[in-house]
Design a binder for this molecule. Structure first.
Ligand code: CAA
Length: 283
């Protein structure tokens, strides 16, 4: 299947990063969100990232302008009628995603593939609200999208081989490394990452060590680029809690119970970097 135009639904941290890498790979991109101001904020992030590449001499001003020109701003979901592929990157909530996929299924042409950047929600369940479950697939990018090489590709129960192969080829064209996984809670990335982060939070909760000490141990001892608590703040503590809840409910196993300290921080509005406070303070 030939993909020329990609709609990215959701222009937040992940959506803007996805739109950027798609435009850099010569795709025509439609960056969609509910309000102009959200789309504008996404465009600003992309512009800032590209300007950094120009400053570093890795890209010319002209190339930057061409990439930006390939991105159309959208607040009308009906623009999905122009897309061969839609990558959804909205809030991590099953109701929001189901509603969006139902609408996209009605608006997008029959051949259009509908992909979700969900970090843990079941692709099979998202696909079931559409009349094209064979064309629904998970395309899980990592944050920050322009830097991280991985795209975890999740096959729903009914995803066709043709759709999988198309998405694998698109991921490679984005200069990413696609890795195939089946549809189980948290897939692979978050099934392994989140319990580690949750355990680090338990270690703070139980007074085993300070967040600084825990992060230093994992950075220096395990060669992780960021310690687990810095990474939790970076991902967002609300997202970490949500994913732990998906794992806990999905497997029905208490080994995935979210740490009470994580719940407390989220209730207090300490969501990490984005709210200015998490395990660390950000000014
Ligand atoms: N957007 C674009 N580029 C960024 C960026 C961002 N938000 N943050 C950093 N970069 C770029 C920098 O410009 C720099 O580029 P060059 O090397 O080309 O100059 C490069 O990344 C390295 O940045 P820094 O030197 O500033 O900092 P660093 O070496 O500490 O790297 C990092 C920053 C890449 C974020 C690194 O700390 C890292 O890899 N951290 C772990 C990230 C990670 O684990 N991500 C996965 C999170 S889990 C997830 O996303 C899935 C989920 O479902 C929750």
């Amino acid at each position: 299947m030939n993909i020329k135009t990609i709609m990215v639904a959701g222009s937040g941290q992940m959506g803007s990063g996805i739109a950027q890498v798609c435009a850099m790979a010569n795709y025509s991109v439609i960056l969609h969100d509910l309000k102009d101001e959200f789309v504008e904020k996404g465009m600003q992030t992309i512009t800032k990232n590209l300007s950094r590449q120009v400053e570093k001499g890795r890209m010319t001003d002209r190339e930057k302008a061409e990439i930006l020109n390939r991105i159309e701003r959208s607040t009308e979901l009906s623009n999905a009628e122009k897309a061969d592929l839609v990558i959804e990157a909205v809030v991590e909530n099953m109701d929001a995603k189901s509603q969006l996929f139902k609408m996209l299924d009605e608006l997008a042409p029959e051949h259009t593939i509908l992909a979700s950047n969900t970090s843990s929600l079941p692709i099979t369940e998202i696909a079931a609200v559409t009349k094209r479950p064979e064309k629904v697939i998970g395309m899980h990018f990592m944050n920050p999208v322009p830097v991280m090489k991985l795209v975890e590709i999740i096959r729903g129960l009914q995803t066709s081989d043709e759709v999988y192969e198309t998405i694998e080829a698109v991921s490679k064209k984005l200069s990413k490394v696609p890795v195939e996984v089946n549809d189980f809670p948290g897939f692979i990335s978050n099934r392994i990452l989140m319990p580690m982060i949750n355990e680090a939070i338990y270690a703070v909760y139980e007074g085993v060590a300070t967040p600084e000490a825990i992060d230093e141990i994992m950075k220096l001892g395990m060669n992780h680029p960021m310690g687990p608590l810095t990474l939790a703040d970076f991902i967002g503590l609300d997202t970490c809690l949500y994913i732990m809840e998906v794992l806990h409910e999905g497997f029905g196993d208490d080994k995935y119970r979210p740490c009470p300290l994580l719940r407390k921080y989220v209730k207090a509005g300490w969501l990490g970097r984005k709210s200015g406070r998490g395990f660390y303070s950000y000014n």
